[in-house]
Design a protein around this ligand. Structure first.
Ligand code: SAM
Length: 249
């Protein structure tokens, strides 16, 4: 049964509304009809069996039936701090690390970030990223969407993460003495990993030193230079493979 994320499900109201692009997708692309069965889920992890009651061009009314068990969240709290990339690459990172199970995404601007964001543009991008994460959450049937923070800058990111517990790693292609395998194995089982990936132009040496001062360990993913979006997906995959639920329990 197809799944759709809605803002809030209040079962006692008996009906939830799916609106906007999602409603148009149901009506036009999926050509669903009243009486079709779907699953509605909200961003707090509540999910219910639903029956489409009525379909308009921008609003679908769904009768809420019985609750459905919510899948587990990964045992590893995987936080990805990602320098904001150009549009398509950033969209790809958001979608893929949502499927992979990242719990939180912290977009940030650093010295070599290619794009510049004013407040309005930042808000628009955040709205778009949250929509991508919601759709990926429904598609991959994860419990809840990842939290996506407001765009921050490198200095504020270091200040905020300096207070975070867990293993902290910064991906740096010039690192020559530590790789992810060593660090994950030496650190042992983790409940939380905070991983930082740079922009298209990479981190400056000074930024890496500043990250180390608040506990980030610079690590290499090997001698090839990966695109930032590739590095982000590899980092999240390997961490969730090692200490998460990318596999069978
Ligand atoms: N400075 C790089 C260059 O010389 O082309 C560009 C940075 S790379 C395209 C983007 C980001 O991906 C880097 O900031 C780093 O976080 C990560 N990255 C790419 N390849 C990596 C590698 N082999 N090891 C660790 N991190 C890597």
């Amino acid at each position: 049964m197809r799944r759709f994320v809605v803002d809030h499900i209040l079962p006692d109201q008996g009906v939830v509304l799916i609106e906007g692009a999602e409603a148009r997708h149901i009506a036009k692309a999926l050509r669903m009809e009243p009486g079709d069965e779907i699953v509605v889920m909200d961003s707090e992890g509540m999910r219910y069996h639903g029956l489409i009651q009525s379909i308009g061009t921008s609003r679908v009314a769904v009768e809420v039936k019985g609750p459905i068990a919510t899948p587990d969240t990964p045992p590893l709290d995987m936080v990805l701090c990602q320098a904001v990339l150009k549009a398509k690459a950033m969209d790809l990172v958001i979608q893929k690390v949502t499927e992979l199970g990242a719990s939180r995404i912290v977009p940030f601007l650093s010295r070599r970030t290619v794009i510049r964001l004013d407040e309005k543009r930042g808000e628009n991008k955040l709205r778009r990223w949250k929509e991508i994460a919601r759709n990926a959450t429904a598609q991959c049937d994860r419990a809840i969407p990842p939290q996506i923070d407001d765009v921050t800058d490198f200095r504020q990111l270091l200040s905020a993460t300096s207070r975070e517990d867990g293993l902290k790693v910064i991906l740096w292609e010039q690192e020559r003495s530590r790789d992810l395998k060593d660090v994950l194995r030496q650190a042992g089982p983790q409940e939380k990993i905070v991983g930082m990936v740079g922009p298209e132009g990479g981190f400056s040496r000074e930024e890496v030193v500043q990250a180390m001062e608040v506990g980030f360990v610079p690590i290499s993913l090997g001698r090839r230079i990966l695109r930032a979006e590739t590095a982000a997906m590899v980092l999240v995959t390997l961490c969730l493979y090692e200490w998460g639920d990318l596999g069978l329990d």
